[in-house]
Design a protein around this ligand. Structure first.
Ligand SMILES: Cc1ncc(COP(=O)(O)O)c(C=O)c1O
Length: 370
């Protein structure tokens, strides 16, 4: 018998299940693409800001050349925004790239990575892809149990992933609690604080994690342009960490991991505070609409600080898939989360007012007894 290709830990990876594309659902269910509502991937329902569209049109003329590997302009803009030297910034092909690079840069095969139950799927994928050991701490109320995570740190632990707010549950940890946690993590263990949804936090929930980067040499703060900035399709995220860690991350980064259009669009979006405020306000409004409807319908949901809500659509373990199918037939795409161990739940991204209304109407029909 011939040997299978690749290491056993790679063969054991369960591939990431992405939100279904609109075109696929249209084909599968015989629907008109224009009428499909996609609330499955936590994208910004406003789309890409006009400022970024203009920057892309200008940058298109340069596409015959490789991108600026060091992203001078974007790093300068980020450095000014966060008041850190440009040498503290690493750019990623999406923040997903940052999470992978951090794991590969800090952890050897056989060492361990700590993350929480119900946290972002890429933490498990990055761990598995390295042949590292998973240490998964049980969630409390669908969020991270930071004390359990501290207690789970073993001699071979080299990295901890913490998402705040967390995906897919939307849970949030306040700044004081989070900093107290980071202060207690041994300095040889790197903390990757994944803040993909931080721009959606209400003013009274914000905290300054970049100030912590100055205090803790083992902290990497990861951010993205995919969510509130509306640039998911361009694939761009970034990390801020002290120079020793940043230097390590940059050794593994592909030299041209962030393309020319993404760099130009990100500079424009970073300066577009009006768009960011509009996105956050729309999200807050949509959150109120969705959660009020869930309460009226008697559905449990996890209070969320992101641009999505996890809602329980039944008490049996087929409920998520069943209701999801009912929604797909009506042209509404959300995210089943059975793969996260949450088979009774669906995650819905907060959309435009008419998209939220279409989702709620379809949900009521899907839940109605046949
Ligand atoms: C918690 C979290 N981190 C990171 C990411 C990765 O996003 P991106 O690679 O688009 O920056 C996501 C995407 O859904 C996420 O939910």
């Amino acid at each position: 018998m011939t040997q299978p290709f690749g290491p056993s830990y790679v063969r054991a990876i369960a591939p990431y299940v992405a939100g279904k594309p609109i075109s696929e659902v249209a084909r599968e269910f015989g629907l008109d693409e224009a009428r499909i509502v996609k609330l499955a991937s936590n994208e910004n329902p406003l789309g890409m800001p006009a400022s970024a569209q203009r920057a892309i049109a200008q940058a298109a003329a340069e596409l015959g050349r490789y991108p600026d590997s060091n992203a001078f302009e974007l790093k300068a803009a980020l450095a000014a925004r966060y008041d850190v030297p440009a040498e503290w910034i690493t750019l990623g092909n999406g923040s997903n790239d940052i999470l992978e690079i951090a794991a590969h840069a800090c952890v050897e095969r056989g060492q361990s990575i700590v993350y929480s139950q119900y946290s972002f799927a890429v933490y498990a994928l990055a761990t598995q892809g390295l042949g590292a050991r998973h240490v998964v701490t049980p969630a409390v109320q669908y969020g991270h149990d930071l004390d359990a995570m501290l207690a789970a740190i073993a001699d071979d632990t080299r990295l901890i992933f913490v998402a705040n707010p967390n995906n897919p549950t939307g849970t949030y940890i306040d700044g004081a609690t989070l900093e107290a946690f980071i202060a207690r993590v041994p300095r040889e263990v790197v903390v990757v604080l994944d803040e993909a949804y931080t721009e959606y936090l209400a003013a009274d929930k914000r905290y300054d994690s970049i100030a912590w980067v100055r205090r803790y040499p083992n902290l990497v703060v990861s951010r993205t342009f995919s969510k509130a900035y509306g640039l998911a399709g361009l694939r761009i995220g970034f990390a801020i960490a002290q120079p020793a860690l940043t230097d390590l991350l940059n050794r593994l980064r592909q030299p041209f991991n962030v393309n020319t259009l993404a760099q130009a669009a990100a500079v424009a979006a970073l300066g577009d505070t009006a768009f960011l405020e509009q996105s956050a306000a729309l999200n807050a409004e949509g959150y109120r609409t969705l959660t009020a409807a869930f309460e009226r319908m008697g559905l449990d949901y996890v209070p969320s600080d992101g641009n999505f809500v996890l809602v329980r659509v039944g008490q049996d373990d087929q409920a998520g898939e069943r209701v999801n199918l009912g929604l797909l037939k009506q042209g509404v795409i959300v995210r089943p989360v059975g793969g996260y161990g949450l088979p009774q739940w669906l995650r819905v991204t907060i959309g435009l007012a008419d998209e939220n209304a279409a989702f709620l109407a379809a949900l009521e029909r899907s839940l109605a007894p046949a």
